[in-house]
Every structure is written in structure tokens, then in C-alpha cells.
Design a protein. Structure first.
Length: 164
């Protein structure tokens, strides 16, 4: 039953000249709901590759075929949403501008960016450490820095037991 899923809303926007997506952050009520959903905002947009749960996020790609009859190609989006509610994570998950930092320059004001537009239809992404690698139908390959879990304060590095 789709009514038992919490709906999130995706919005297309631009930050620092880069096409991005943001998403709402509605909580899932575990007493009455069984998960989350969101409509993909572009006509004919679909997710046809496997998604990957990595850290506290779900990474997935979408495709938008060309609207020209008999034309090859299209575009798509590389996305990352919170695993628990399908909404915005509490931290910036993608280094949108590629400067090696996950900061306000990757965000839309104070809103976390969860998607970047690809130049072609993206294939299934692969992960090498903290990099998402995605080939596109136009022959390009995208290397993105990703942060699969929120930054954490340093914690204990070891433990030693002492006896009397």
C-alpha cells in the first residue's frame, strides 16, 4: 500500500553553476508506515540500475531518455539519500564542486545537495574507497568524492586493561 510509505519531495536547482537536487526530510512514523518513497520529478525518469547502501546512505542513479523520436542518449542523475527515511542526510554527502571538501560550497544555501546531473545516461556506479565512479552513455566518466556517513569526532583509538 503506497499510503504506508512516507513521501519525500525532490527539487531540481542550481548552486554555483552546477545542476543539483535537494530533497525533503520527512520522518518515517514506524508505527503506521513501512518505509519511504519519492516521485522522480522529470517526465520519463526512471531508476534502472542497482542502488547501493553505503554507510548511512542509499546511492542510486536515474536515467531520462531523449525525448526526440528515435534519438539515442539522454541524461540522468547521481543521487544519495538517507537510508532510514529516504530524505536529506544530516551532512553533505557529495562533493558537488569537486574541491575535496564537503562544505557550504556544495550546498544550496544551508540545504544539503543530494544529486548531481550527468551529461549522459549513467551506468551503475562503482565505489573505490570514498569515490563514486560512474560511466555515462556519452563516453564520459564521472569521479565524485562521496561521504557515506556523517563526519564524526575523534574517539578512542585503543584500550588497554591494567591489572594490579
Amino acid at each position: 500500500d503506497p499510503d504506508m510509505l512516507e513521501a519525500q519531495q525532490i527539487t531540481d536547482d542550481i548552486t554555483n553553476g552546477i545542476e543539483i537536487r535537494t530533497i525533503s526530510d520527512n520522518a518515517v512514523d514506524s508505527a503506521t508506515q513501512r518505509g519511504w518513497k519519492f516521485p522522480l520529478p522529470t517526465q520519463m525518469e526512471r531508476s534502472v540500475t542497482n542502488s547501493l547502501a553505503f554507510g548511512s546512505l542509499v546511492f542510486f542513479n536515474t536515467m531520462i531518455p531523449s525525448t526526440t523520436s528515435c534519438a539515442a542518449g539522454g541524461t540522468g542523475w547521481l543521487m544519495a539519500v538517507d537510508m532510514l527515511n529516504g530524505g536529506a542526510p544530516s551532512f553533505q554527502p557529495i562533493d558537488i564542486n569537486g574541491d575535496g571538501n564537503f562544505d557550504g560550497l556544495d550546498m544550496l544555501g544551508t540545504t544539503v545537495s543530494v544529486g548531481t546531473k550527468s551529461s549522459g545516461i549513467p551506468t551503475e556506479s562503482r565505489f573505490i574507497s570514498d569515490k563514486r565512479v560512474t560511466a555515462n552513455s556519452d563516453g564520459s566518466v564521472v569521479f565524485e568524492n562521496v561521504q557515506p556517513s556523517g563526519p564524526q569526532s575523534p574517539s578512542r583509538m585503543s584500550w588497554t586493561g591494567l591489572e594490579r
